[in-house]
Each structure stands twice: as C-alpha cells, then as structure tokens.
Write a protein that binds this ligand. Structure first.
Ligand code: ZN
Length: 237
C-alpha cells in the first residue's frame, strides 16, 4: 500500500519534471528567435538580409514628347530620342534587377518624383541629331550632396569604359543642371541626368549597341551602390 503510493508519487514527479523541461526548452527556443508563427521553419534563426537598394530610372521624354529627332531628306523621322531612351532604360533596369536591386522606370514628368526617396535616381536622355560624339552627365547645380558627386564620378568612369565614348563637356545645358526632377525629389536622393550620346554621331552605338550602353549605365549605378568611389580609383597613379 505504502509502496504503491511512493511509486505513484515518483511517476507524478517524473511527469512534472518532463513538462518543466519541455516548457524551459520552448522558452529558450523562442528567446533565440524560433517562431511558431513562421510555420515551424528555422528562418528566424538566420540573419535578416538587408533590403534591396531602390533604383529609379527616368525614361527620358516618356509619356511627354519624342525629344530630339533625326529626319530623312523628305522630313520623315528616322530616329527619336524617346525611343532610344526607352530601349536603353528597359535594358539597364533588367541588368540592375539581375544584380538584386529594386528598379522602377518613371515617365519624364512622373508624379512619383515628388518627394521621391530612393538610393539612386538616374534620368536617361540622348542629345540632338548632329554629327557630334560623346556623353554628358550632371548632378544638381544647387547644393549637390557627397553622394551626388560620388554617383557622378562612378557613372563618368563606368559609362565611358563600357561605351568607349568620351565626355563632351561643352554642351551641358541649363536643362541638365537645373533638371526639373532635381527640384522635386527628396534632396537626400542621389540623382543624375545622363545624356547617353548624340543621336547623330553616336547613332549606331545608341541603336545597335543599346545593350552595351545599358551595361555602362548599370555599371555606373552598381559602382555607386557598392560604396565605391571612382574618384579614388582614377586618382591612383
Ligand atoms: Zn532629352
């Protein structure tokens, strides 16, 4: 009789011990980040990946006008800036997405530009149908940030390298340095306007070589997002 009671007490004690150990184990797992809500997965144990950089590309003149045009002898338009920028923008966006960025393509006067906060904004344009060759890039004239300057340095270096185009310094216009988007976005958003080349002298590159042009754009932005300073590289002997 007495031995029965002792045995039963031992069983109860054992049961309570097992329940206590289970509870302690559960609490410890929860404290370490394991979550029942996540469907019993172990995701909670893994380090959280940083958010993807947000890149916005403006497809020059999109939803506005055709921009600069080349015309045949009879006045027919043979090449329009807006078609060139749309093609290059689409290709550059794809390359940047493949590199793990979140990329959005905006129209020229996109309403989303107002107060835009992004990791980089680059507007793609092309210059007129004259027999010049070369690209141009500019950040805002009014109070550029350190990041504006660094983005420009990266694009200058990488775009020139990918396309073989030289910088064409004499034709930077008021429209570029006082570009409308610079005045709309959050001032902390690094921003740049890039004239990809001349529809005239760089026509073959801008059309048949659009993939190389897009690669140059993507390389420049990737250099900036990686925290590189093209300045430091180019200043080294
Ligand atoms: Zn333009």
């Amino acid at each position: 009789m007495r031995r029965d009671l002792l045995g039963r007490m031992q069983q109860i004690f054992l049961l309570i011990s097992i329940l206590l150990l289970l509870a302690i184990g559960l609490l410890a797992a929860q404290a370490a980040g394991f979550s029942w809500a996540s469907g019993l997965s172990w995701r909670g144990w893994l380090p959280v990946a940083p958010p993807h950089p947000r890149v916005v590309l403006i497809s020059g003149h999109a939803a506005s006008d055709s921009g600069a045009v080349c015309t045949d002898a009879d006045g027919t338009v043979s090449l329009a800036e807006a078609d060139v920028t749309a093609d290059v923008t689409k290709r550059a966006a794809e390359l940047l997405r493949q590199a793990g960025n979140e990329v959005e393509i905006f129209a020229e006067f996109d309403a989303r530009l107002d107060g835009l906060a992004a990791d980089a904004l680059v507007s793609l344009h092309a210059d007129s149908c004259v027999e010049y060759s070369g690209y141009k890039a500019a950040h805002r004239e009014n109070a550029p940030t350190v990041d504006d300057v660094r983005l420009l340095a990266c694009v200058d270096q990488k775009y020139a390298a990918a396309t073989g185009l030289a910088y064409h310094p004499d034709t930077i216009t008021r429209d570029m340095i006082d570009y409308h988007a610079f005045r709309k976005i959050d001032p902390a958003t690094p921003a740049l306007i890039l004239e990809l080349g001349f529809l005239g002298g760089d026509r073959v590159l801008l059309t048949d070589g659009a993939e190389r042009v897009a690669q140059g754009v993507a390389d420049g932005i990737t250099c900036f997002l990686a925290g590189s300073s093209a300045d430091e590289q180019s200043l080294s002997p």
